[in-house]
Every structure is written in structure tokens, then in C-alpha cells.
Design a binder for this molecule. Structure first.
Ligand SMILES: C[S@@+](CC[C@H](N)C(=O)[O-])C[C@H]1O[C@@H](n2cnc3c(N)ncnc32)[C@H](O)[C@@H]1O
Length: 339
């Protein structure tokens, strides 16, 4: 008997609780903090250079036990959290980091039962967070223009949930061509989110939220200016989040030595009702913000760029190649994101 025989559906809480049973994924952490994932099968062994661990020593046991390998090494046994899973699962495209996925879920206001449109699905990391939040009664339509990435994502998502998620549909294609309507939220993690703003505007309900995750300042500028200039969105907000681990041991309480310095920027904007003109901004742009920056004078920090300046800066992203060789451009962009 497997978990799916015992437990109703792949997505419920029951799937993540209770004694270890056949088919469960278990994360074994050694004394140095190294993690290994095993899928439990009666009679099988997990082998390391520190000896073997019997799966039978885990089956029927609660989470949080310590098992000892034949070589005498102790392993802490727990079900992997979503954070553990997305950082260790097979990747096609670079994943949205958990710290940013948390921000997206909160600031894009993903709620149980929400209808959410997403592109691209990449490796499926963000999709897992979105599906968890919308639940079985929601709907997530994930566009991915690369068939190979869509297949990797589908496998990862199924592995995480223990079966196909009832609320999920993956469409191999370009989000710009979507005919979806009346969606509550749109999440964009793709090279050129400004290219799909018309489709996003047509898909969103009034009051709906679009959230874009971009890696570079040139993309940030361009997506904000495109949303601002579109006429169907309220004023966008933009930010980034930094996360620093801390070492806490006795009197040695200090920031960790290593840190992921940059992942991406987030942008959100709300869809206005049809026919409504965006309210005039009261705050004036900083002097010179809307003029093309002089070659020698750097643009003022935080100041919005007028279209010519934005376009000039965005030119740093090899735009003509976007249509010509999307994989090459994605790869170039991926290189700017931590892998
Ligand atoms: C960085 S990855 C997405 C990673 C994903 N969010 C995750 O957490 O695993 C960007 C993906 O967007 C896809 N993409 C780019 N433009 C697209 C478009 N217009 N429509 C659909 N997918 C697109 C790319 O093929 C790529 O797989």
C-alpha cells in the first residue's frame, strides 16, 4: 500500500504528516549538515561512504528520529520542506528563490481558491508555492514556451505533491497568446515581461494583481515603465529583498560569512476597472528623471526613466535576439541569476 492509497488526494495535509510509510520522501541530514533524500521502500538500503541505513529502520517511525548507519554516523530523518525540495530538485531553468517566492505569495496576494496565470513555469519551483497557496479549489495556468522545461516542471511538481495537482494546467506556449480571462493574479518570471502586458491586462479582473520578477535593473525599468504607460494599471511598486543568515553559537553571534547577494527585483501593479484613467501622480518625478541621462551623469537612484532612457538602458538586454534565439537569451539572463 502506498501513501496515495492511504491518503485522500496528493495535496492534503495528511500527505505531509504521520508516520513514515512506503513511498515517502525522507531527508537524512548528517552531522555536517549534508542532506540526502531517499524514497522509502521496504527492504532497501541508503548507501553512503559512511555505511548504509536500512529503509526499514525508518518505515513506521515518526519524523524527527535519528538513525545510525552501519558505519556509525547519525542521520536526522525528516520529510523535506518545500524550501528543501526546490533547492535540491532537478532544474531546467533557474528557480525563484524561496525568499522571493514568499514575497510573491504575500505581496501578489495569492489566496486559497484564486485563479492565477503564470509564465514561465521554468523548473516549477514557484508553481509549487502558488499551488500550495491556492489549494485544490484554485486554478493555476502555467505557460512555458519550452517543452523540455515544461516536462521538467511537471515532473518536479508531481514529485513534490505526490501526484498531479488537481488545480494545475501547464500550457506549452507563449503567454502573449493566452486567451484566459477573469484571472485574479498574474505572475511573470520571464525574460521580457513588458512584451506580455497587453495579454496580462486582458486576462486580469479589475483589482487583480500582476507581479513580475526580473533579474536586472534594465528589465526592472522597462517593465515598470511599460505598466505605467499602459493606462490600465495603477502605479507600480518595485523592491528587492535581501536575506542574510546568522551564525548563533554562544558568544559568537554574527552574520554568516556567505550570502546570496542578488536574486531579483519584484514589481507589482493593480489592474484598474475598464475605462478608468490612472490617477495623476501627485509626487513629481525628480528633476531630470524624465530626460535622457547625460553620458557622464548616472541616473538618480530610484528615479523613473522616460521611455528613451529606459529603451536606451534596456538595449543592454540583447533585444533582437529575444525572438531569434530565446534559449540563448534565456541562458544569458540565467547567468545573471544565481544557479
Ligand atoms: C527563470 S525561468 C522561470 C523559473 C520558474 N519561475 C521557477 O521558479 O522554476 C523563465 C522561463 O520563462 C520562459 N518564458 C520566457 N518567455 C516566455 C513567454 N513569453 N511565455 C511563456 N514562457 C516564457 C522561459 O522558457 C523560461 O523557462
Amino acid at each position: 500500500m502506498t501513501n496515495s492509497d492511504l491518503r485522500p488526494g496528493p495535496t492534503g495535509a495528511a500527505h505531509r504528516r504521520g508516520l513514515f510509510t512506503k513511498g515517502d520522501r525522507v531527508q537524512l541530514t548528517d552531522p555536517k549538515g549534508r542532506k540526502h533524500t531517499v524514497v522509502l521502500e521496504p527492504g532497501k538500503q541508503f548507501h553512503t561512504h559512511r555505511g548504509a541505513v536500512e529503509h526499514d529502520a525508518l518505515l513506521g517511525q515518526p519524523e524527527g528520529i535519528v538513525v545510525t548507519s552501519t558505519g556509525g554516523t547519525d542521520y536526522l530523518a525528516l520529510r523535506p520542506l518545500l524550501v528543501d525540495f526546490v533547492l535540491s530538485m532537478p532544474r531546467g531553468a533557474t528557480v525563484v528563490y524561496p525568499k522571493d517566492a514568499g514575497q510573491i505569495v504575500t505581496y501578489a496576494d495569492i489566496f486559497p481558491g484564486a485563479r492565477v496565470l503564470e509564465a514561465g513555469v521554468g523548473s516549477g519551483a514557484l508553481s509549487c508555492s502558488l499551488l500550495r497557496t491556492i489549494g485544490d479549489a484554485g486554478r493555476l495556468i502555467s505557460y512555458e514556451r519550452r517543452e523540455d522545461f515544461a516536462a521538467i516542471a511537471a515532473r518536479n511538481i508531481e514529485t513534490f505533491f505526490g501526484g498531479p495537482h488537481p488545480a494545475h494546467t501547464i500550457i506549452v506556449g507563449d503567454l502573449a497568446e493566452t486567451t484566459e480571462r477573469d484571472v485574479d493574479r498574474v505572475i511573470l518570471d520571464m525574460l521580457a515581461p513588458w512584451d506580455v502586458v497587453d495579454a496580462v491586462s486582458a486576462a486580469l479582473v479589475p483589482g487583480g494583481v500582476v507581479c513580475a520578477y526580473v533579474a536586472t535593473t534594465t528589465q526592472l525599468s522597462r517593465v515598470v515603465e511599460t505598466l505605467r504607460g499602459h493606462g490600465t494599471f495603477a502605479e507600480p511598486a518595485a523592491w528587492e529583498t535581501m536575506m542574510r543568515d546568522w551564525h548563533v553559537e554562544g558568544l559568537a553571534v554574527r552574520p554568516g560569512h556567505r550570502m546570496v547577494g542578488h536574486t531579483g527585483f519584484l514589481v507589482t501593479a493593480r489592474r484598474l476597472a475598464d475605462g478608468v484613467t490612472p490617477p495623476v501622480r501627485r509626487r513629481r518625478p525628480a528633476k531630470g528623471a524624465l530626460a535622457e541621462p547625460a553620458a557622464t551623469a548616472p541616473a538618480e537612484a530610484g528615479a523613473p526613466l522616460a521611455e528613451p532612457a529606459a529603451t536606451a538602458l534596456a538595449g543592454a538586454v540583447p533585444e533582437p535576439a529575444v525572438d531569434a534565439v530565446p534559449e540563448a537569451v534565456d541562458a544569458a539572463l540565467e547567468a545573471t541569476r544565481e544557479s
